[in-house]
Design a protein around this ligand. Structure first.
Ligand SMILES: Nc1ncnc2c1ncn2[C@@H]1O[C@H](COP(=O)(O)OP(=O)(O)O)[C@@H](O)[C@H]1O
Ligand SMILES: [Mg+2]
Length: 480
C-alpha cells in the first residue's frame, strides 16, 4: 500500500464497530468508526474515508437508502454493505444500488478484509453498470439463516448475467422458487419463464416437448407444435428434475447448448435459441454420472453456477417465520383469520425432522388453518397433525386404520367450519389428499420406478403419469 487507505465503519452496534475496527487496524488501514452521535453523511460530506463499510440499519437512517446520495457526493467512494437483517431484498437492493460488495452478518472478518482490499484495488468503472429492476417489496423467499443469506447473495450477484445455474437440494427445499427469483430479478424478467419437469413427462415425449415437432413427425402429430425452447426464447428455461432426463434427450440437449441452435422433431431448419438455462434436481448428479446415468459433459455445461439449498432441518431458525408466512397465506386462501403459533407449537415445529422440507411445513400450516378452531395453534395439535400424517400413510395402522383417520379428518374439517359449509369442490380436494400420499409412497416403495408403481397400484402407466403431474407428486422420494 503506497498510501494508507481510510475506512469508514458505520454500524449502530458498538460491539461490531469495535471488532471490525480492530481487525482493519491490524490489517494496516486507518479507520474512522461512525456510530452513536456521529452522522455518516457528515463524514461523507467532509470528504473523509476512501471506503465505507456500512450496516443497513444506522442510527441516522437506512444505510441502503443513503447509497445514492453518498455516490452522488463521492463517486469514488467504494461501499461494502453488511447486514444481519438480510432478506433477498437487501441483497438485491445493495447490488442494484451499486454497492461493491454485500456481506450478510455474521461474516468472517477475513472475508471482509479480502473484500476491502479487492474493492480498493479496482478502478472506477470496473463494476459495470447496474440495471434497475422494479423491486417487489413482498418478495416471498423467507428465511434469514446463514444458508439462505448465501443464496440471496448468489442471486444478487447473478442479477445481470445470463449464467447457467444448477440448483440442488432435497425435494421441497425451494428450488423452483429460487429459479423463479433468479428470473424475476434478472434482466429477462419481462420475458417468459418456462418450467419443464423431466420427471413428469413420459420419457419418449421429452424431446418433442423441449424442441417441438412438425406436423406428421410421428403418429398423433396432427399439427406443428413449438417446443419449450422456442417458448422460452429471450427468457428462461427451467429444466426441473434434470437428473431424470433420459439419455438420448441428454445428448440432444447437450448439442443444443453447445451449438446454440436446435431442430424440431421432423424439422429441417435449425432455429437459434436464446434461452437462459436454469436446471434443478434433488438427485446426486455425481453419483448418477458414476453410474453412467448422466452425461458428465452435460453436467459441466449446466453446473456453471452451482447453488445448493440446504434441507429445512439444517436451518431450523427459519421455521417460525416460514410457518407464520404460510399461516397468513393459508388464512387468506381459506378466508379465515391468520392463526398464530403458540410457543409450544413453535418448539414442536423445530423438533420435527421435516423430510418434506418447506413444502411439508406449508402443507402442515394449511391443514392447521382449517383444523384448529382457536386463533392460536396449541403445541399438541402440531404434534398430532405431524403424527396423523405418518398414521394415514400406513394403511391398517392403529386407531381405525385409514378409514378411521379419514373420518376424523373430515369431521374435524366440517367442525372447523362451525355450522357453515365448506367451499365447493370438497370431493376432489379430499380425494387429492388421499391420492397424493398413496402415489408418492408407492413410488418410494418401488424406488421411483413408475412402471412398477403403476402395476402395484393397478393403474395404467399413463394414468399414473397424469396423476403425478396433476397432483404435483414429487418423484424425489424415489431413490432411497
Ligand atoms: N424460503 C421459502 N420461503 C417461502 N416459501 C418457500 C420457501 N422455500 C420453499 N417455499 C415454498 O415451498 C413450496 C416448495 O418449494 P419448491 O420451490 O417447489 O421446492 P422444490 O422445487 O425444491 O421441490 C413452494 O410452495 C414454495 O413456494
Ligand atoms: Mg420442484
Amino acid at each position: 500500500m503506497a498510501t494508507t487507505s481510510t475506512i469508514l465503519v458505520a454500524d449502530d452496534d458498538s460491539g461490531i464497530r469495535t471488532v471490525v475496527t480492530q481487525a482493519l487496524v491490524r490489517s494496516g488501514y486507518d479507520v474512522i468508526p461512525v456510530g452513536d452521535g456521529t452522522s455518516l453523511m457528515d463524514k461523507v460530506r467532509s470528504g473523509e474515508g476512501d471506503l465505507l463499510v456500512t450496516d443497513v440499519i444506522l442510527p441516522d437512517g437506512n444505510g441502503l437508502d443513503m447509497i445514492p446520495e453518498i455516490q452522488a457526493l463521492r463517486p469514488d467512494m467504494k461501499i461494502i454493505v453488511m447486514s444481519a437483517q438480510t432478506t433477498l431484498m437487501t441483497a438485491v437492493k445493495a447490488t442494484e444500488l451499486g454497492a461493491y460488495e454485500y456481506l450478510p452478518k455474521p461474516f468472517d472478518i477475513n472475508e471482509l478484509t479480502r473484500n476491502i482490499k479487492a474493492a480498493l484495488d479496482t478502478t472506477p468503472g470496473d463494476e459495470g453498470t447496474f440495471g434497475m429492476v422494479a423491486l417487489d417489496e413482498r418478495l416471498p423467499i423467507i428465511g434469514r439463516s446463514p444458508a439462505m443469506q448465501d443464496i440471496y447473495r448468489t442471486i444478487a450477484r447473478l442479477l445481470n448475467t445470463d449464467l447457467t445455474v444448477m440448483i440442488t437440494g432435497e425435494s421441497g427445499t425451494g428450488k423452483e422458487l429460487v429459479a423463479r427469483a433468479l428470473h424475476d430479478f434478472g434482466r429477462r424478467a419481462d420475458q417468459a419463464f418456462v418450467a419443464v419437469n423431466m420427471a413428469a413427462i413420459p420419457r419418449d415425449l421429452i424431446e418433442s416437448e423441449l424442441f417441438g415437432y412438425e406436423k406428421g413427425a410421428f403418429t398423433g402429430a396432427v399439427q406443428r407444435s413449438p417446443g419449450r425452447f422456442a417458448q422460452a426464447d429471450g427468457g428462461t428455461l427451467f429444466l426441473d428434475e434434470i437428473g431424470d432426463m433420459p439419455s438420448e434427450a441428454q445428448t440432444r440437449l447437450l448439442r443444443v447448448l453447445q451449438e446454440g441452435e436446435f431442430t424440431s422433431i421432423g424439422g429441417r431448419t435449425p432455429q437459434k435459441t436464446n434461452a437462459r438455462i436454469i436446471a434443478a434436481t434433488h438427485r446426486d448428479l455425481r453419483q448418477l454420472i458414476a453410474e453412467g446415468q448422466f452425461r458428465e459433459d452435460l453436467f459441466f455445461r449446466l453446473n456453471v453456477v452451482p447453488l445448493s439449498i440446504p434441507p429445512l432441518r439444517d436451518r431450523i431458525d427459519d421455521i417460525p417465520e416460514l410457518a407464520q408466512f404460510f399461516l397468513k397465506k393459508a388464512g387468506k386462501a381459506a378466508g379465515f383469520a391468520e392463526k398464530q403459533l403458540s410457543d409450544k407449537a413453535v418448539k414442536h415445529l423445530k423438533r420435527h425432522n421435516w423430510p418434506g422440507n418447506v413444502r411439508e411445513l406449508e402443507n402442515l400450516m394449511q391443514r392447521l388453518t382449517v383444523l384448529v378452531p382457536e386463533d392460536t395453534i396449541p403445541g399438541h395439535m402440531v404434534d398430532g397433525e405431524i403424527d396423523a400424517r405418518h398414521e394415514t400413510s400406513s394403511v391398517g395402522g392403529d386407531s381405525g386404520g385409514l378409514g378411521g383417520s379419514a373420518e376424523r379428518h373430515i369431521s374435524d374439517y366440517f367442525r372447523a367450519h362451525r355450522g357453515k359449509l365448506p367451499a365447493s369442490g370438497l370431493y376432489d380436494r379430499i380425494l387429492r389428499e388421499v391420492e397424493k400420499p398413496l402415489i408418492s409412497l408407492t413410488l418410494e416403495a418401488t424406488g421411483g420406478n413408475q412402471v412398477k408403481a403403476a402395476a402395484v397400484l393397478g393403474l395404467n402407466r399413463n394414468t399414473l403419469r397424469k396423476k403425478i403431474r396433476d397432483l404435483g407428486v414429487d418423484i424425489v422420494r424415489g431413490k432411497k
